[in-house]
Design a protein around this ligand. Structure first.
Ligand code: SF4
Length: 347
């Protein structure tokens, strides 16, 4: 990631802005920490040191979450989910003094720009989006909003001047749509109304669930950042390890097929020793798990401590400030887009 960002900054004369977003889907877990938060926190710190980086933006994608969570109960619990999620975010280290944190729904310009931009994208282009193809296979009745998701995402990014977007490989096709739209608008406008965003590919690491399967909230195989000591220790002790590591083959282990090892990869400073001892059979799984408990403990403790000190009011103040800053940028972009489309009236 460092190399990629250095290249992006070296190539540009202008200041760059990191922007990312997450759907407020539930409690933050170790998988989120590794896949999204850890890289973001590094970028957040880099933006303090690096003149070419402005403060990054973290958007809580509450509207995107409605594209798939749209049952009556989902709407009823949406606000508390957003609030709790924002607390998790701040407790994880996303710092309101270094990052702009805001909820997507509080910046109506995102939606307005997204809608206007949908006039510049063909249905065929959106149908070719691989994520959409995947969704329609999985969902019984995909919504129109799901179809337009990449365009709304373009609205979020372009209206907030996001130029460096940390993304997983699966999100790259969406970002490509944002890039195409930005170029098209700039071409029609005759000037750079929207900056063309670049993807920063960072989310390729895979941490397995505690049962050795793909990690997911609904699968119940995550370790939440706010879990009690007793609860996460119990989960670690029950974690599935290398199924081939038995007494019969002299305890020889295969870390590459062990879920515990996928956690060690991200948290341990002593990975080579663990791998070596696992392979030669001198490390017992029980001891390996105890070691994992010890290294995870400080992350969970600091998360819990920080979160305990966050009141609803503090979080709403952060969101209000984030909304104000983002709307200032987005309203100028909206004016520019409306002018370009001939619908900015002067009465
Ligand atoms: S020793 Fe550790 S890495 Fe090796 S199989 Fe057991 S739990 Fe997995």
């Amino acid at each position: 990631m460092e190399e990629q960002i250095k290249n992006l900054l070296d190539k540009s004369e202008e200041q760059q802005k990191v922007m990312t977003g997450m759907r407020p889907t539930g409690k933050m877990h170790l998988g989120h920490l590794v896949a999204v938060l850890k890289p973001y926190l590094e970028l957040q710190e880099l933006s303090v040191l690096e003149d070419k980086l402005t403060n990054p933006s973290f958007m809580i994608a509450d509207i995107h979450s409605i594209t798939t969570r749209n049952a009556k109960d989902d709407f009823r619990t949406a606000e508390s989910r957003m609030l709790e999620f924002t607390k998790d975010l701040i407790a994880s280290g996303v710092d309101p003094n270094k990052s702009t944190i805001y909820a997507q729904s509080t910046v109506p310009e995102h939606l307005e720009i997204g809608y206007l931009l949908s006039n510049l994208v063909s249905v065929g282009r959106l149908e070719r989006n691989p994520t959409y193809k995947d969704w329609i296979q999985k969902l019984k009745s995909p919504t129109a909003s799901l179809f337009l998701y990449p365009v709304l995402q373009a609205g979020d990014i372009l209206s907030n001047d996001g130029t460096i977007i940390p993304v997983g490989q699966d999100q790259l096709p969406h970002l490509e749509i944002s890039r195409e739209i930005a170029r098209k608008v700039n071409d029609i406008a005759g000037y750079e109304l929207f900056r063309v965003p670049n993807g920063l590919e960072i989310l390729n690491e895979v941490m397995l669930g505690t049962d050795g399967q793909k990690m997911g909230k609904s699968a119940g195989n995550t370790i939440d950042l706010g879990e009690s000591d007793k609860s996460y220790q119990k989960k670690i002790r029950k974690m599935v390890t290398d199924p081939e590591k038995t007494e019969g083959n002299d305890y020889v282990g295969h870390p590459e097929i062990c879920s515990v090892y996928t956690y060690q990869m991200f948290f341990s400073q002593d990975l080579m020793r663990i791998e070596e001892e696992c392979r030669e059979g001198s490390l017992l799984c029980g001891n390996c798990k105890k070691g994992l408990e010890t290294i995870i403990a400080p992350y969970i403790k600091s998360f819990r401590d920080r979160r305990a000190n966050l009141s609803d009011k503090m979080v709403y103040d952060v969101l209000k400030e984030g909304q104000k800053k983002t709307r200032e940028i987005a309203s100028k972009k909206l004016d520019g887009l409306k002018s370009m489309m001939g619908i900015k009236y002067h009465f």
